[in-house]
Design a protein around this ligand. Structure first.
Ligand SMILES: [Zn+2]
Length: 84
C-alpha cells in the first residue's frame, strides 16, 4: 500500500475502519468528510491535485528550459540546469 494521502480539506490522515468494504474512515470531526468511510482507491484518488501537480511539473520544466535565455538577457533568479 502506498502512503495514505491527507484529507484535501483538513489534512488529517484516514483512520483504519472495521468495515471490510470501506476500510478507511475520516475520524476527525469538523470536516466536510467527517464520519465517511472510503475504499483505499476512493481515499487516494485526487484528480484535481494530480492535474495541478502535472501542470506544476510542466511549468517547472518550462522554467528550466528558458532559464538560459533569461540569463542571457539579464533576468536573474532562475536556476540554470543542463539539457538532458
Ligand atoms: Zn478532512
Amino acid at each position: 500500500m502506498n502512503e495514505l494521502s491527507r484529507c484535501p480539506f483538513c489534512e488529517v490522515v484516514a483512520a483504519k475502519s472495521t468495515l471490510i468494504a470501506r476500510p478507511y474512515w475520516h475520524k476527525k470531526n469538523g470536516c466536510l468528510l467527517s464520519g465517511q468511510h472510503f475504499t483505499e482507491e476512493e481515499w487516494q484518488t485526487r484528480p484535481l491535485e494530480d492535474a495541478l501537480q502535472k501542470r506544476i511539473d510542466e511549468l517547472e520544466a518550462e522554467i528550466d528550459r528558458v532559464a538560459p535565455f533569461l540569463a542571457i538577457h539579464g533576468v536573474t533568479g532562475y536556476k540554470i540546469v543542463e539539457e538532458k
